[in-house]
Structure formats: structure tokens, C-alpha cells
Ligand binder design. Structure first.
Ligand code: G6P
Length: 613
């Protein structure tokens, strides 16, 4: 989704903005631009395409001078990717410039009114309406700040806006509602940005603006106003992680770096919460009496986070004996779900900013359900809105296709399931202790899956299959949930048609699509279900499929007879097996994507953080 950076200080703004925007590329974009104030005029440079093109146009930023500016990477919503639709947008009389992330839902009505007042428009975007509306009020005699306030009061929808006024060259205004925006406190300079990596080179002191906030800042001062328009205090938080951890550190892509970071990310997520045989979720306010009263848990999320929810259904139901329903956030919010005091809504989100997930959370709260969020980005909107939060300590995830966030979300599901089972006494002591010990050993077992030898095996498989046209992932129970994520990874980054099916469902449709050479990835990690899945493998083999099997080491021999290749993984408790099975599937998608020449970290049409519905 769109990325915003703003800078005001003593240095040339354009190179700082271009660098900041490059740190937001992971969000997905199709065009980029900057607007710089040189003290007299607002100068805009923008173009459809990659940031490198904008940088070339601007000679790395040298071609446009001025120490105040706003920059933007656009992910098209209203109007196709084009130079005209790129941001920043300058208002009709050239006095106001804006960059915008979000959707102004009533832009059409506002546009018609502004057209009737004589304002002209040069793009199809909703964002240009914001620029013209602010300028309209400014022309009526309001000062810059009041014109911004009055304009945003008229706007419905979501927005993070960075705004320049030609006549106030030492000031930037920014407002935020339902789209992420942070403020960075610099030394003799100040910043705004959509996310921390954009400004981390310059400052570690940031605050996450609240919904409805407006900030008016110069190089040396910043005034914050809340949604009611009252002066508000916004304290800086200190960012402890390093720019390095948001950079590639020697790896070819963020995705493979993040795959390799999984053992550490999982350790960081698990170890502070596992003490002397017990799960300790200190900040959680769910007690045994409340947990006993629960009649249902909904797990609500989008994309891979939703697939963690599908795993969560199997895991929580088995360990806690509470009915669990995973629901896509985009469906949940308009589906009239049955909610009340006896329902817990578990929200899962890496970014904590996904529009549908946030909307679903608001819906759940409005209906009196208790909400618990599993979030990676500290201080994000979802983390702040939910009644309780458990953070995944994955660190910044940059590649669009998630890996370490998925794995740490799954780890939190294990922690939470053990925690609830501990409160409710639903798992026998010996079984609890075994799962507890095995959970602690997961990071080490993942390390074994990421050795050079293990990776070469996956690379070999990728080289065998990267030209396949259709891929089916099949498995039973938890393995079927792993299939969903494995298949999504392949679609996202390798642009291969792939589907995930519960193996038992094959005969109810997809088997008709199996023909000579169709690739079937069969996951069978549960000894109790192994023979059943292998019957399905035989059925597809008999119809000409090539089968890549994935199973635990001790069952690998049995699988080899009926498959073309096998990837063997270490064994753990069957309920924890998904934490291991997903690793070779992430690697498989990565190497297939590489072999197909795809842009792994920035797949076409996808965005890291989807902040519109
Ligand atoms: C996008 C990303 C996915 C992610 C999903 C949900 O589609 O590409 O990797 O799973 O959004 O994002 P969230 O930040 O809410 O986990």
C-alpha cells in the first residue's frame, strides 16, 4: 500500500525522501513522487514505475533543491497507475500539495462541489480532492492549519496525509485516520512516515499518531492535536531494533533472509513466555472463570494470518476443547457473526494495520465480544484497539510474502493453546509436558531444516518442478492447513497456479484436473493419517501426476515407493508438525520463483500491508 515520507530540516530534502521511500518499497507500489518547497514554490517530480526511475529523473535528488518536502509511493486504488495519478498532488492554484494513503470515500461528492466552485482536477484520484479542498478553505481566509482541519472534518474514509503549503515553507501538516502514520523527532529536523524503516537512519524517537490526530511541525517544534482539535501530548517511543535488521544483510532477498531468521524469531517469541514448565502470558487478562464461560472462539485475519487461524482451529480445539471458527476478516465484518460476552475474537495481523482485519476487530468490539490480538508491529492500530495483545517478536518483516511473521503467529497459537489448556485442565499433565518440551525444541529443529544440505535438497526439487503449470497441495488435518499456506506462497511469488485441497476432498472435484505431469505436493506428517493420505497419493499417481512428498524422517522410506521425490523433516509432536513442515514449502516457493525469474520480494500486484478494503 502507499508509503509516505516527509522531512523538514536543514539538509536537502529530496535525497532524504528518496532514501526513505526506498525503505517503504516493501509495501508495494506502482508509482512514486516528491514535492519540495524551496521557500517560494512547490516543485513536484513524479512518475509511474519504480522508484529507481524517479531517482534517475532527479539525479538522485540533486535536481530539485529545498529543505522541506513530502514523498510518496502509490499503490493504485482510484485511477490506473500513471504519471498524472501519482502523488504528490498539487491543488488547482498551486498553493497546497498532498501525499495520501487511504481512501476518501465521499470524494465524488466533494469533487462535484469543488468543480462547481471552479476548481479544476488533473487526475482521477480521490487524493487530489483533499488538496483542492484544503486550498478551497485556505482561499477563504483560513490559515493553513485551520484549512487542513476543516477539510479533514469533511472527509469520510481513511487517510494519512502529508501536506505542504506554498506560503508556509517552514511547516508541514499531517493528519491520520485509519491509515498508519508515525512522527519522527529529529535533531534540528522532524519527519513523518508510514513506517519506521523510512526514517530509522535519522532518528529512533518516533510516536505512532492516533486516529484523528493532526501534527503541525517545523524543523524545531511539533504541535499535536487530537481528534477533537485539542492540543495533545504525544510522547516518543524509542525504537530498539537496528536499520541493519531491516536490510538484507548479505542475503539476495529479504524473503530468504527472513526465512533464515525464523529460529531466532520463534525463540524470541516463545522463550520469555515459557518458564519452569508453565506458559506465562503476564499481560493477558483472561482468567480461568472467563475461559470456562467461553462458548466459541473466532479467529479473524487475512492472507497468511488467516491460514494461521485455520491451523489454530485444529490446535485450540484439540488442546482446549472450545469450538473455534476461523473467518476471513473481509467476510467477518459484514456477515453478522454471533457475538457476545461468551465469544472471544482472536485477531491475527503482522502489520496491525490491515483494513479488513481492523474493521472486523471494531465490529467484534461493537458487539460486546472480548478481543485478543496477535500482532507483530508494536503500537499499530490493531494492537491499540484490541482488549489484549500478544506480540510476535519477529522483528521487521520486509518481503511482501510473509514467512517469519507466519511462523511466530503460529508459535503464539501454541502458547495460547497451552495457556488455555493449563487454565482449563483440558490436557493431561504428561501430554502437556511433552508438547511443552517439543515446542521449546522447535527453533533448533528449524535450524536443521535450514542447513546448506537441507536447502540444496529443496533447490533440487525446485529445479525439477519450476516449469510445472498447475500445482496441487494435498494433506489431512493440520497438514491440510499447511497446504493452504504452502500453496499461497507459490501463487504469491512464483505466479504459478496452485490449489490446496484436503486430501480426502480430491475425489470430489480436483482429481479431474490431474493429468500427465501435474505436480502434486503431498504432505503426510501425522503417522496416524499417513496411510490415508498415501491412498490419495496413489490415486493421483495413477492419473499421471508427479508427486513431491513431504513427511517426517521415519516415514520417508515408506513414502519414496509411491512418489517421485521426498523431502524429509524432523519429527515432533503431530500437533507441532506444521511449525516444521512450512519451512521447506517456503523455500520451495522461493527457489521456484527465482528459477522463474520473478521479483521475489516485490511480487506483482501485491502489497505488504493492505490498508484499504
Ligand atoms: C497481505 C500480505 C500477506 C499477509 C496479509 C495480512 O496480503 O501480503 O503476507 O498475510 O496481507 O496482513 P497482516 O499484516 O494483517 O498480517
Amino acid at each position: 500500500m502507499c508509503g509516505i515520507v516527509g522531512y523538514l530540516g536543514a539538509e536537502q530534502a529530496a535525497p532524504i525522501l528518496l532514501d526513505g521511500l526506498s525503505k517503504l518499497e516493501y509495501r508495494g507500489y506502482d508509482s512514486a513522487g516528491v514535492c519540495i518547497s524551496d521557500g517560494r514554490d512547490l516543485k513536484v517530480a513524479k512518475t509511474k514505475g519504480r522508484l529507481a526511475k524517479l531517482s534517475e529523473l532527479l539525479d538522485g535528488g540533486k535536481a530539485i533543491t529545498g529543505t522541506v518536502g513530502i514523498g510518496h509511493t502509490r499503490w493504485a486504488t482510484h485511477g490506473a497507475p500513471s504519471d498524472e495519478n501519482s502523488h504528490p498532488h498539487i491543488a488547482d492554484s498551486g498553493k497546497i500539495a498532498v501525499v495520501h494513503n487511504g481512501i476518501i470515500e465521499n470524494y465524488q461528492q466533494l469533487k462535484e462541489k469543488l468543480l462547481a466552485k471552479g476548481k479544476r482536477f488533473h487526475s482521477e484520484t480521490d487524493s487530489e480532492v483533499a488538496a483542492n479542498l484544503i486550498e478551497y478553505f485556505y482561499d477563504q481566509g483560513l490559515d493553513f492549519q485551520s484549512a487542513v482541519r476543516k477539510a479533514v472534518d469533511r472527509m469520510e474514509g481513511s487517510y494519512a496525509l502529508g501536506i505542504l503549503c506554498r506560503d508556509c515553507p517552514d511547516t508541514i501538516a499531517a493528519v491520520k485516520k485509519d491509515s498508519p502514520l508515525i512522527f519522527g523527532f529529529g535533531d534540528g529536523c522532524n519527519f513523518i512516515a508510514s513506517d519506521v524503516p523510512a526514517i530509522l537512519k535519522h532518528t529512533r524517537k518516533v510516536c505512532y499518531l492516533e486516529d484523528g490526530d493532526m501534527v503541525i511541525f517545523t524543523a524545531h517544534s511539533a504541535r499535536f492535536y487530537d481528534a477533537a482539535g485539542d492540543l495533545a501530548e504525544r510522547r516518543p517511543e524509542h525504537i530498539t531494533w537496528d536499520t541493519e535488521s531491516a536490510e538484507k544483510g548479505g542475503y539476495a532477498h529479504f524473503m530468504i533472509k527472513e526465512i533464515h531468521e525464523q529460529p531466532k524469531a520463534i525463540r524470541d517469541t516463545l522463550s520469555p513466555r515459557m518458564k519452569d514448565g508453565a506458559i506465562v502470558l503476564d499481560d493477558l487478562s483472561l482468567d480461568a472463570a472467563y475461559l470456562k464461560s467461553l462458548s466459541r472462539i473466532y479467529i479473524v485475519a487475512c492472507g497468511s494470518a488467516y491460514y494461521v487461524g485455520v491451523q489454530g482451529k485444529y490446535i485450540l480445539e484439540k488442546l482446549c476443547k472450545i469450538p473455534v471458527e476461523p473467518v476471513l476478516a473481509s467476510e467477518f465484518r459484514y456477515a453478522d457473526p454471533v457475538l457476545g460476552k461468551d465469544t472471544l475474537v482472536l485477531i491475527i495481523s503482522q502489520s496491525g494495520e490491515t483494513a479488513d482485519t481492523k474493521g472486523a476487530l471494531e465490529e467484534a468490539k461493537a458487539h460486546g465480544a472480548r478481543t485478543l490480538a496477535i500482532v507483530n508491529v508494536v503500537g499499530s492500530a490493531i494492537a491499540r484497539l484490541a482488549d489484549d495483545v500478544i506480540y510476535t517478536w519477529a522483528g521487521p518483516e520486509i518481503a511482501v510474502a510473509t514467512t517469519k511473521a507466519y511462523s511466530t503467529q503460529l508459535s503464539v497459537i501454541y502458547l495460547l493453546s497451552l495457556y488455555i489448556s493449563q487454565c482449563l485442565g483440558t490436557v493431561e499433565r504428561a501430554a502437556y509436558d511433552r508438547i511443552y518440551r517439543e515446542l521449546q525444541a522447535i527453533p533448533e529443529k528449524i535450524e536443521a531444516l535450514l542447513t546448506e544440505e537441507a536447502i540444496s535438497r529443496v533447490q533440487y526439487c525446485a529445479s525439477q518442478y519450476f516449469n510445472n503449470r498447475d500445482v496441487f497441495y494435498i494433506g489431512r488435518n493440520l497438514d491440510s492447513a499447511t497446504c493452504l499456506e504452502g500453496s499461497l506462497k507459490l501463487k504469491e511469488i512464483a505466479y504459478l497456479h496452485s490449489e490446496a485441497y484436503a486430501a480426502g476432498e480430491l475425489k470430489h472435484g480436483p482429481i479431474s484436473l490431474i493429468e500427465d505431469g501435474t505436480l502434486v505436493v503431498a504432505i503426510a506428517t501425522n503417522p496416524a493419517l499417513f496411510d490415508k493420505t498415501m491412498s490419495n497419493v496413489k490415486e493421483v499417481k495413477a492419473r499421471g501426476a508427479e508427486v513431491l512428498g513431504l513427511t517426517i524422517e521415519r516415514l520417508a522410506y515408506g513414502m519414496q515407493r509411491d512418489t517421485d521425490s521426498v523431502i524429509a523433516i524432523p519429527e515432533t509432536d503431530p500437533i507441532l508438525q506444521p511449525a516444521l513442515s512450512i519451512i521447506p514449502l517456503q523455500c520451495l516457493a522461493y527457489y521456484i520463483a527465482l528459477m522463474r525469474g520473478c521479483d521475489v520480494d516485490k511480487p506483482r500486484n501485491l502489497a505488504k500491508s493492505v490498508t484499504v478494503e
